[in-house]
Design a protein around this ligand. Structure first.
Ligand code: GRF
Length: 188
């Protein structure tokens, strides 16, 4: 399985995927890593692991990506001949041509039990809603944000005294198991 990853942040899920590959529980290659953040831990992690790590300049709006950058992403993924695209903390909205080229082959990991708490700040939203539990979701990516078919979920308790950061860290522990599992099961 050839995986292309897109991320903007910490890269902890990327490290979890790389660890699963090293451990042999996931038979895959990360063929390319793309990021809108040139100095992100995500991109450094990829580079250290020997994965081709490419910064795609998305322009000034941190949520949007211009058409040229959208095209560039698709070209990098195609050049790397990826079978599946994984969004891990990618903070820009992925659009055409990638959505059509990789229809049903793009997954995202989101820190809530979707359809609850879509969008940014999901752990904070779970605390504010008074939820007793929340979790993470791996789902297919479509044009509608955080709304594609759900592939897997794991639950996490919300504990008294939780801050969004503490809760998010607990959710991420589950993401680190769930995401490599979903990829290991990918269309076997
Ligand atoms: C994860 O919590 C994921 O659910 C969200 O962004 C975070 C990425 O974390 N979409 P990392 O960069 O893998 O550490």
């Amino acid at each position: 399985l050839r995986i292309g990853v897109l991320g903007s942040g910490e890269g902890s899920n990327l490290r979890a995927i790389l660890a699963a590959i090293t451990a042999g529980t996931l038979q895959a290659d990360i063929s390319v890593a793309l990021s809108d953040q040139a100095d992100s831990k995500f991109l450094h992690t990829a580079r250290e692991a020997g994965v081709p790590a490419i910064h795609v300049d998305g322009g000034p709006n941190p949520r949007r990506f211009g058409d040229a950058a959208q095209k560039e992403i698709a070209e990098h993924l195609q050049r790397a001949q990826v079978d599946v695209v994984v969004l891990i903390g990618f903070m820009r909205i992925l659009k055409e041509p990638t959505l059509s080229l990789y229809a049903d082959r793009i997954v995202n990991v989101h820190p809530s039990l979707l359809p609850k708490h879509k969008g940014a700040n999901a752990p904070q939203l779970a605390i504010e809603a008074g939820d007793a539990e929340t979790g993470c979701t791996v789902h297919l990516v479509t044009a509608e944000i955080d709304a594609g078919r759900i592939l897997a979920q794991a639950t996490v308790p919300v504990l008294p005294g939780d801050t969004p950061e503490k809760l998010h860290a607990r959710i991420k522990e589950q993401e680190h198991k769930l995401l490599p599992q979903v990829l290991a099961e990918w269309r076997k």
